[in-house]
Design a protein around this ligand. Structure first.
Ligand SMILES: [Fe+2]
Length: 281
């Protein structure tokens, strides 16, 4: 059976079995003058794509998950701008702190090791996450696109693409950054792969706090996706807290909760009705 479409972008081949609901994610820095582009080797993880996206959109785990790399206690307070939604995408910008361990001027004492960071995070219904890390102290921009390709409910291939404007084509620094970014990814996976269940809930089974606003907004996108594409919409019940009440939510768990655990392999490229049907099995 022929695919609806195939496209090459950011060094990847993207395939849509059916007509997509959303475009490919933007990664404007890829190939841009002044930016070096590189990637980590694809990494297969025994987790769900939904769980991975939920993690990559989070900013509250930095101080206790990334203790061996950029995490620092100063990032314990999560401060973000209002969450914005545009179609099948949500985003916000965090003001946070980062242990800038690969800034050469830290060693000379010209820059502090812990530096402020403006961190844009965008999540799409197609299981991609775009990050743009801006460092006011160094003036550098470092952008990352995570593409999470679901294979099954508990297996995902992670493609981590990066573009950075402060390396000047230096092969040694690029190689060092690739190693560092693999260590950062492995810090996340060391936690996520221990979970007993890999589903992401679309209701109030889990306790949400202010720091979860972006993740909750993304789960609402998934809920809308299920409603928009379900063969029998009445079967899809999504019960996330209302946007106006998202500041702090604590609810008792209850049975029969809707969850999202994976889409078909097509989820890497585009969100399709078939992918959602697969997710509901
Ligand atoms: Fe992380």
């Amino acid at each position: 059976m022929p695919a609806w479409g195939v496209q090459e972008a950011y060094g990847l081949v993207w395939l849509a079995p059916d007509e997509p609901l959303a475009p490919l994610p933007d990664f404007v820095e890829w190939g841009l003058d002044g930016f070096d582009g590189f990637w980590n080797e694809p990494r297969r993880s025994p987790t769900s794509a939904a769980q991975l996206v939920d993690n990559f959109l989070d900013a509250s785990h930095f101080p206790f998950v990334h203790t061996g790399t950029f995490g620092t206690d100063e990032a314990s307070l999560v401060v973000n701008e209002p969450v914005e939604r545009d179609g099948w995408q949500v985003q916000t910008t965090f003001d946070t702190w980062y242990k800038n361990f690969d800034d050469p001027l830290v060693a000379t004492g010209e820059h502090p090791e812990v530096q402020p960071q403006r961190l844009l995070k965008q999540g799409t219904a197609g299981y991609s996450v775009y990050l743009r890390l801006a460092f006011p102290v160094t003036g550098a921009t470092f952008s990352i696109l995570f593409c999470c390709q679901p294979e099954t409910a508990t297996s995902t291939r992670i493609y981590k693409l990066m573009a950075r404007d402060d390396l000047g084509g230096d092969a040694a620094r690029i190689a060092s950054t690739i190693d560092d970014e693999l260590r950062i990814l492995e810090e996340d996976l060391a936690i996520l792969e221990r979970y007993a269940a890999m589903q992401v809930h679309l209701d109030t089974t889990e306790c949400h706090t202010r720091g979860d606003k972006l993740s909750v907004a993304w789960r609402r996108v998934l809920g809308d996706l299920l409603r928009a594409t379900a063969a029998e919409p009445a079967e899809v019940v999504v019960d996330l807290p209302a946007a106006s009440a998202a500041d702090s939510v604590v609810d008792e768990p209850h049975a029969g909760t809707p969850v999202v655990d994976a889409t078909s392999a097509a989820g890497l490229a585009h969100v399709s009705a078939d992918a959602v049907a697969e997710a509901r099995r």
